[in-house]
Design a protein around this ligand. Structure first.
Ligand SMILES: [Zn+2]
Length: 236
């Protein structure tokens, strides 16, 4: 490459790197307000579950109930429509319900009106079936895009990413447990899945077993489990 082109090339690489972080980076708030961890002042953490409700949400609720642990469920509107009684069981067990879009699309390269319609439809669907209108939003695939800021503001949604994600859709149980147990610290928000996008009867057995093993380990280490809302706004 001629020397004169090197600065231009590295500028382009830098711009591409920035854009990739802006869209998917856990700490990015470029496109919309977003949090990814809480103040480490307290020994508290939050378990979050995306992509439900599914046929496997009930066994997860049993595990959480056994330890009396509250969690946050970022539900997909279309799945709530398919399994409204499961969505209500999550609510009735005292967990927090957040918005994870209506149809779980990849938001990059979509128009602001598409974003607005999908998120509003999720809000309306979740409220219709559970009487809860979410205040917290997790972007599908963690992807934020142009227009998200205005949509979140109009719907009163705060974005929530994660401190650590379990990769529970592709790793073995041992690796999910090890990765999360070694990543967690005070104020962490952990991301797992009780569904697989819009799939019917998804296999989330790795997640269930990982949660079964993780909770006692983290309790032994003195962590207290809270909903995202309580973790981020402890005085509310
Ligand atoms: Zn998802």
């Amino acid at each position: 490459m001629p020397p004169a082109l090197i600065p231009a090339a590295s500028l382009l690489t830098g711009a591409a790197g920035f854009m990739s972080w802006a869209v998917r980076g856990r700490s990015s708030a470029v496109f919309a307000p977003s949090v990814w961890r809480a103040n480490p002042g307290r020994n508290a953490i939050a378990l979050t579950f995306d992509d439900g409700p599914s046929e496997s949400t009930a066994p997860l609720l049993d595990i959480l109930a056994r330890h009396n642990i509250p969690a946050t469920f970022f539900q997909i509107g279309a799945n709530v429509e398919r399994l409204p009684s499961v969505a209500r069981a999550v609510r009735d067990a005292g967990h927090l319900i957040g918005n994870h879009s209506y149809s779980h699309p990849l938001f990059c390269f979509r128009s602001p009106s598409f974003l607005a319609q999908d998120l509003a439809r999720a809000q309306d669907t979740i409220e219709h079936h559970t009487a809860i209108r979410p205040s917290w939003f997790r972007a599908p695939f963690g992807v934020r895009w142009f227009g998200m800021r205005g949509v979140q503001r109009r719907l009163g949604l705060m974005g929530v990413m994660w401190t650590a994600i379990g990769y529970d859709w592709k790793l073995k149980t041992d690796d999910v447990v090890h990765h999360l147990a070694s990543s967690v610290s005070r104020g962490s928000i952990l991301c797992l899945h009780d569904g697989r996008e819009l799939r019917v009867q998804p296999d989330v057995s790795v997640t269930l077993e990982a949660v079964r093993r993780l909770i006692p380990q983290l309790l032994d280490r003195g962590y207290q489990f809270e909903t995202v809302s309580r973790l981020l706004c402890p005085t509310n």
